[in-house]
Design a protein around this ligand. Structure first.
Ligand SMILES: *Cc1c(COP(=O)(O)O)cnc(C)c1O
Length: 469
């Protein structure tokens, strides 16, 4: 047994660290060892339980009710509100979109209006559920959704719009959309309005946000908040709240069309482990509202310190003024963010590159969490050194012929061999048609950044296809 566990541990050798506060995306570290231990224990002890049938394991239903009860006052959800525990932010968003669509079976070609800054999960939902995404450009200075433009888009697609969304905050730029006017315009038109608080949901209730952003805003019909982010619970838990039970009804699915048990599901999963739910219950009970208040204060202090470090570093700027605990860092022509990301990686800090998009610059994404606070001074040193190294290296040059060729390519016309060649060209080629991830990603990222979105998607899908063969 110990041999297997040792091998398991060895497999993690190349993984990003989940703890220590130096991985500024993907993972969230409270820095509270006891909260982690409680979460791990609960995860393990409920790993075999099954939420398939809500009557078979009443403990799971009880814990789900408790989590929803914890969340409701945080989001000013009214007495009639209801909630569901899902497996993550994407599932919460998928269900919000599916529910909005299925509330209007009479609409033949449903559409939803989202800011361009909305999380990719909305595009996934659009793809899965046949809802046309109408993406409305954000303000290029504040990076916030523009309510007048969102309203105009609703009117341009009048009679077809089943959902409007706002982010609090957006993942890419960390800014809070003006929920008030967006929800008001939606309500006037009888359209649902979803607040995507997947990342901000466990931060904003303990910070001083200038504008109401949750169910306190009339017209907000649903809200998602991920516990596996800033509630610091193990992965696999998000909440989807609806203003009332009638709004949620189309989310439920039952099937008696087979000879087995009558299927009855509140979410997309059928068998669903009670492990993440139990872990989330245990960690949130352990940390408690006052614990989160302290964690948020620590996190926001660290965010302000990192933001100040960015502002005072030559060649860098914030792509937007942060409204919460996320930063987007842009740079001038002396360097590129992809090289900067590699340099930070060399110094033990993971920062996530984000590509240029519709006139918005390429940036580095920083999700700051409580455990990052202790490393702020180290971060600042690493950032200054990394900028100096990236300036010395200069931005990655993508050959103009390559850039032009990329703009011309229609991914729909490319076959497997063409993708093999392109992946080689992009620096992702490995032995005998396989793929490999190079240590320095800047050349790959710069090339992907130059590719139009459809080609970038196709290349990455080809990459994943080969990586998982
Ligand atoms: C993380 C996130 C999501 C998606 O959540 P997953 O848990 O990664 O599926 C959706 N919206 C926002 C704003 C997010 O930050």
């Amino acid at each position: 047994m110990s041999d297997v566990l040792a091998r398991l541990e060895a497999l993690r050798g190349d993984d990003l660290p989940t703890h220590g506060g130096r991985t500024l995306a993907y993972v969230y570290d409270s820095g509270l060892a006891d909260a982690d231990a409680i979460g791990r224990t609960a995860l393990a002890s409920f790993g075999a339980t099954n939420g398939l049938d809500p009557t078979a394991f009443p403990s799971l239903t009880a814990m789900e009710r408790d989590l929803v009860a914890f969340a409701r006052p945080l989001f000013h959800a009214p007495e009639a509100s209801v909630g569901t525990v899902t497996s993550g932010g994407t599932e919460s968003v998928l269900l919000a979109v599916q529910t909005a669509r299925d509330a209007h079976p009479e609409i033949g070609r449903p559409a939803m209006v989202v800011p361009t800054s909305a999380h990719g999960a909305f595009h996934k939902a659009a793809h899965y559920f046949g809802v046309e995404p109408v993406a409305v450009d954000v303000d290029p200075v504040t990076m916030r959704a523009v309510p007048e433009a969102m309203t105009a888009a609703m009117d341009a697609h009048a009679g077809r719009v089943v959902l409007v969304a706002a982010s609090t905050p957006s993942y890419a730029h960390g800014v809070i959309d003006p929920v008030g006017p967006i929800a008001a315009a939606a309500a006037e038109r009888g359209v649902r309005c979803h607040v995507d608080a997947c990342i901000g949901g466990w931060v904003l209730p303990w910070s001083d946000v200038a504008q109401p952003w949750d169910f306190a805003v009339p017209g907000v019909t649903s809200l998602s908040a991920d516990l596996h982010k800033y509630a610091y619970t193990p992965k696999g838990v998000s909440l989807l709240l609806h203003r009332d039970a009638a709004l949620r009804r189309p989310q439920f699915f039952a099937s008696a069309d087979w000879p087995g048990y009558t299927m009855l599901n509140a979410t997309m999963q059928s068998t669903r482990s009670g492990g993440p739910l139990a872990a989330a219950w245990a960690v949130t009970q352990h940390i408690g509202a006052e614990g989160y208040r302290t964690l948020v204060a620590t996190t926001l202090d660290a965010t302000r310190a990192l933001a100040e470090a960015v502002r005072s570093t030559e060649h860098l700027r914030l792509a937007a003024e942060p409204d919460a605990s996320l930063l987007a860092v842009a740079c001038d022509d002396a360097l590129d963010v992809f090289t900067l990301s590699d340099e930070m990686g060399e110094r033990g800090w993971f920062v996530q590159p984000q590509m240029a998009f519709r006139g918005l610059p390429a940036t580095l994404h920083l999700t700051v969490c409580a455990a990052t606070a202790g490393g702020v001074d180290d971060f600042v040193v690493a950032l200054r050194d990394s900028v100096a190294a990236a300036v010395a290296a200069g931005p990655v040059q993508v050959a103009p012929e390559l850039r032009a060729a990329a703009a011309q390519l229609d991914p729909a016309t490319l076959d497997d061999a063409a993708f093999d060649g392109l992946l080689q060209l992009a620096g992702l080629g490995g032995e005998g048609g396989a793929v490999a991830v190079p240590k320095r990603m800047a050349p790959v990222n710069a090339l992907l950044d130059a590719a139009p979105p459809r080609l970038r998607e196709a290349l990455l899908i080809a990459f994943l296809d080969r990586l998982t063969r």
